[in-house]
Ligand binder design. Structure first.
Ligand code: LLP
Length: 410
């Protein structure tokens, strides 16, 4: 959780209205610099795909991972290169819909294949296409079961025992194998990391194939709670570097090492600013209702995720005085629209300064999987996004209008 500039929060809330997302560019640059020892940092843009964030990434030498046709078009719009000579964009998926297949072939974008059918369909459409194999090593790990992307419960990647069949398809269709990729989930800890590194080395050796690169996937966690564990990126790198060196020694040539984080690069840069609009006591629970809901920030409702919360008075000063156990909730017509809850939907009061109508409530560390997971539920327009860069405050996405939503149906 980054310190708050209360005056700036109040100014942004007044200028752009609430709810509003803000991102601090300096924090993103700082996180990028912490991973500079990797040969390639590939931003998993699903975490935050605003074109201005993507441009900032590109300017810092970061490449990008896209997982849909829309994300590919965002990357192209942000200036990432395409074509035979480029690896700026890698498309990662478990299937290729027809429109995306046509576009990756047209743009000659590397494809990280998570199913045998992707290899077949790509090979039929474009022999020689550059591919990665996304391997499910047989185990996974996540901050929630919903973000665990390895093991038998996961639809992701090619099951490790089926890699020989995938390699046979690569031969059959004359595809060019660039490398192997493993992403076992979000919120990986060091013990799992060691297992993944060992599995990667074993996979490369067993495959009997020459490859140029390996990808460590993403999954680096951030300290959502004050005092929470901060990842030691040098240590993280050293584990992967050792795996890479073992593979390089086995293959007899240098091997390129990629990392593919989403959350680590952007989560801490972001805040969601909301306004207190109502309060009520419901039996023993004290509810404070703000103008943002799970249509904006879905993580608490979806995973029981914890975000630190600050309360500011209308002038931006920190709310002092008494605190009380508070259930922070939104405007949606659904009981699960609560920001203070545990996985499974148990409403959990948080000790917060006593809120007044008109206070600003800030939800911290919402730069990853915040705006990118928003929806139009209850016909609520997507909210504005603002970037703070070198003291300058710039709107990087305007608020959607209800008229724009209705127009789709006319
Ligand atoms: N690479 C692949 C192939 C992925 O599937 C993901 C995330 C990443 C990289 C980036 O993972 P990260 O470094 O951000 O953990 N909505 C959830 C997270 C879902 C992640 C899905 N895949 C959340 O809000 O926590």
């Amino acid at each position: 959780m980054k310190p708050l500039n209360g005056a700036q929060v109040a100014q942004i809330a007044q200028q752009f209205g609430t709810p509003v997302w803000t991102y601090d560019a300096a924090t993103i640059r700082e996180r990028i610099s912490q991973l500079k020892m990797f040969d390639t940092i590939r931003f998993a843009q699903k975490a935050n795909s605003n074109i201005h964030i993507l441009r900032l990434m590109r300017e810092q030498g970061v490449k990008v991972d896209s997982v849909s046709l829309g994300e590919i078009e965002r990357a192209v719009a942000a200036g990432f290169a395409t074509g035979a000579g480029s690896d700026d964009i890698v498309f990662t998926a478990d299937l290729l819909d027809r429109a995306t297949l046509a576009r990756v072939v047209e743009l000659d974008i590397q494809v990280n294949c998570g199913s045998p059918q992707m290899l077949e369909q790509l090979g039929q459409a474009h022999p020689g296409h550059r591919v990665w194999l996304r391997v499910n090593p047989g185990f996974g790990h996540g901050h929630s079961q919903k973000t665990n992307t390895g093991g038998e419960q996961s639809k992701h990647g090619i099951w490790h025992e089926q890699i020989p069949e995938a390699l046979a398809l690569i031969n059959q269709y004359n595809l060019e194998l660039v490398g192997l990729h493993m992403h076992i989930g979000s919120g990986v800890d060091y013990s799992h990391l060691q297992e993944v590194c060992a599995a990667m080395v074993a996979q490369v050796k067993e495959s009997g194939r020459d490859i140029q690169a390996i990808s460590a996937g993403g999954g680096l966690s951030i300290p959502y709670r004050v005092g929470g564990e901060t990842i030691d990126t040098a240590h993280y790198f050293s584990l992967w570097d050792a795996a890479r060196n073992e593979i390089a020694a086995h293959l007899g040539h240098p091997v390129h090492l990629e990392i593919e984080p989403g959350r680590f690069l952007v989560a801490e840069s972001g805040k969601l600013i909301t306004e207190v609009r109502a309060k009520k006591d419901v039996g023993s629970n004290h509810f404070v209702l703000v103008d943002a809901g799970f249509s904006d920030l879905m993580r608490p409702a979806m995973y029981g995720s914890f975000h630190e919360i600050s309360v500011l008075r209308a002038d931006g000063s920190a709310a002092g005085g008494n605190t009380r156990g508070t259930v922070l909730a939104g405007p949606l017509c659904e009981s699960g629209d609560v920001f203070t809850q545990e996985e499974g939907g148990v409403v959990t009061p948080r000790e917060l300064p006593t809120c007044e109508i008109g206070d600003w409530v800030v939800l911290h560390d919402t730069g990853a999987y915040g705006a990118s997971m928003s929806s139009n539920y209850n016909t609520r327009p997507l909210i504005a996004e603002v970037m703070i860069n070198a003291e300058q405050v710039k709107q990087i996405r305007r608020r959607q209008t209800v008229a724009e939503l209705l127009a789709l149906e006319n």
